[in-house]
Design a protein around this ligand. Structure first.
Ligand code: NAP
Length: 322
């Protein structure tokens, strides 16, 4: 099969290779997926470049956890009727060496989720890391119906799904972007963090404060969060700039704030499966939409990684040749 892989960590153009590798075969409980699109996420490029001193867990890695395609063969113990079904895939390169940047990927069958006819493969390939992270960020602390949810970085991969899921669940979403010139890209109530007083601007939409905060920049935003959170609010954080952030302890204590930290590789399996089912339903209803960049051919996989590392505003996909 054609595949992209790396045998050492480093810059994309130096370490990512594209060529022929043996076709993988599904073992017991596994399915083999003929991949059409491979979703590229920040977590994939961080693994490739050794972020936070991380080392290679396997001598060779085919990157990317997310993808979409069609099951073409199944291992022992898997319902043979699954062969031929369209699926989206998550976790393909989480605790496993060979992800979706290849013509075939093999995963435990529960990681290949049926893709409804209404949902195209490109959307399917965006549901994994961003979708499951966003789902848990929004719902891990209970339903959000009738609540006000502040979503920072609402143009990002995770942030945009979080905003769409929260709205679908009946929450009022207040979105933030970093720069005022991006406000026009966001639908609904939105605040630019470079405003003179972003806390006051958020309180115009939420005079009594916000109930939930979906946080992409904990260290940068926690003082602001403390100013706009209402009593018992939850800050669900999936990223931070500073490794050891400080925060205003007493004001947050008096407001009974919960800080929830999210590490999507290690969410409980049942929460991932619940998220996968909800995301599939939302996509089927047309409640999830993504701005796609032009898919990058598998042969130019390094370019796709560079687009993600440059902070692409559009979702980056590899198009896998037939
Ligand atoms: N913990 C987990 O399980 C988990 C899961 C998925 C992703 N992540 C991490 O989360 C981060 C974002 O991932 P992503 O895929 O959503 O990336 P992305 O598509 O690049 O989106 C990031 C968004 O956040 C915005 N942003 C950055 N810093 C911000 C801040 N301080 N305040 C408000 N908005 C801010 C960016 O705005 P600009 O466009 O203006 O820069 C951009 O819209 C990455 O570091 C990724 O590795 C963690």
């Amino acid at each position: 099969m054609r595949a992209a892989w790396y045998d050492r960590q480093g810059p994309a153009a130096e370490v990512l290779r594209v060529g022929e590798l043996p076709d993988p075969q599904p073992g017991p409980g596994e399915v083999r997926v003929r991949v059409t699109f491979s979703g590229v996420n920040a977590g994939d490029t961080k693994k490739r470049r050794g972020w936070l001193g991380s080392t290679m867990e396997y001598p060779r890695v085919i990157p990317h956890s997310d993808g979409a395609g069609r099951i073409d063969s199944v291992g022992a113990g898997v319902d043979p009727a699954r062969a031929g079904r369209r699926v989206w895939v998550y976790g393909a390169q989480s605790y496993r060496p060979f992800g979706t940047a290849a013509q075939y990927t093999v995963v435990p069958e529960h990681l290949a989720v049926e893709l409804p006819d209404e949902v195209d493969d490109r959307t399917g390939a965006c549901l994994g890391i961003p979708g499951i992270t966003a789902h848990r960020a929004v719902f891990a602390d209970g339903p959000v119906t009738g609540l006000i949810v502040l979503v920072h970085g609402a143009l990002g991969a995770v942030g945009s799904v979080a905003a769409q899921l929260a709205r679908r669940a009946g929450a009022t979403v207040v979105a933030t972007v970093r720069r005022a010139e991006d406000l026009e890209l966001v639908g609904g109530p939105a605040v630019a963090l470079d405003a003179a007083d972003p806390a006051a601007a958020i309180r115009e939409h939420a005079p009594d404060g916000v109930d939930r905060i979906i946080e992409v920049g904990f260290s940068e935003n926690v003082d602001l969060d403390a100013r706009v959170a209402r009593n018992t609010a939850v800050i669900a954080a999936y990223a931070t700039r500073a490794d050891r952030p400080g925060f205003p302890f007493w004001p947050m204590l008096f407001d009974n704030i919960t800080i929830r930290l999210l590490g999507s590789d290690d969410f409980p399996a049942e929460d991932k499966q619940h998220a996968a089912a909800d995301l599939t339903a939302a996509a089927r209803e047309g409640a999830l939409s993504f701005p796609f960049a032009d898919p990058v051919p598998l042969e130019a996989a390094a370019r796709a990684h560079e687009q993600v590392d440059a902070g692409s505003r559009r979702r980056v996909l590899l198009a896998i040749p037939g």
